[in-house]
Design a protein around this ligand. Structure first.
Ligand SMILES: [Ca+2]
Ligand SMILES: [Ca+2]
Length: 271
């Protein structure tokens, strides 16, 4: 089990952005394209309307809108409209890496609660040769309870099965439609007790970073050194793989997805 350390109020002044971001990856969509100038960015989309540039930005002029409706043709084995970094090497992670991630997510003011979760950001390792399926190491979801939840999956076994994965969940904050939700996570990736994850959160209507997560323990899989993980964002609605729920469609907007070595490099609230 991941041990929860008591959350500590963030010293906001410690996270004032540097004048220039040196993030290894930062997608702000300011060139007006859905690849944000990264030709290697991938898309799991059924339709032309699944993933489009939008002019409701967190900063600048543009962001990326992901749209999924129940009954959309399944993509990559599921009901999803997601952008991904499978082919962007400097976004990849593995055990032993310490990495900061930042991003901002906007939920439409018309967002309705549902009986099943929506997954809006994923850290997803690919499979070892001995593995037939693989959970994400972590993912951020909107819960039926109205909370943002980070799920962390780990496994010390070299060959993971669906039964061998350990799952831990952390509720981080309240879901607020009609607002930008800013997140920063610091992962020290490990499948053993050397792992840790810290999380910070604010909304654009209530700025001021709060530390909402400080946990230690395993947070990824025991994988071959050549096995790496990548990022996905947009909408994944697992329940729609098998049937309808109370809502018929989902729209979310993401902006300033960043990977870096410090909080300031990945701060999604600054350009
Ligand atoms: Ca932008
Ligand atoms: Ca493995």
């Amino acid at each position: 089990m991941l041990a929860v350390v008591s959350p500590v109020a963030a010293n906001a002044s410690a996270y004032v952005a540097e004048a220039e971001s040196a993030a290894v990856l930062r997608l702000g969509y300011e060139n007006g394209s859905k690849s944000s100038g990264n030709p290697a960015l991938g898309f799991n989309e059924c339709c032309r309307t699944s993933i489009q540039v939008d002019d409701l930005p967190r900063t600048g002029k543009y962001a990326i809108r992901s749209y999924l409706k129940y009954g959309d043709q399944m993509v990559a084995g599921g009901a999803r409209a997601e952008s991904h970094t499978l082919n962007i090497k400097n976004s990849h992670f593995g055990a032993g890496d310490t990495v900061y991630y930042g991003f901002s997510v906007y939920l439409m003011s018309t967002w309705q609660s549902d009986s099943r979760e929506d997954i809006l950001f994923q850290w997803k390792p690919w499979r070892d040769e001995c593995e037939s399926d693989k959970n994400p190491s972590a993912f951020l979801s909107v819960q039926p309870s109205g909370k943002w939840r980070l799920r962390v999956n780990s496994d010390s076994n070299a060959c993971s099965t669906s039964d061998s994965v350990r799952k831990t969940s952390f509720d981080l904050a309240d879901v607020k439609p009609g607002q930008w939700h800013d997140f920063v996570f610091k992962f020290k990736w490990s499948h053993d007790s050397n792992g840790s994850v810290d999380g910070w959160y604010q909304t654009h209507k209530n700025p001021g970073w709060r530390k909402v997560l400080s946990a230690t323990g395993p947070n990824t899989f025991n994988d071959d050194k050549s096995t790496r993980g990548y990022l996905k964002w947009g909408i994944y609605k697992p329940a729609w793989n098998t049937g309808p729920t109370e809502v018929e469609s989902r729209t979310v907007i993401h902006d300033n997805i960043a990977v870096g070595k410090s909080f300031s490099e990945v701060d999604p609230a600054v350009n």
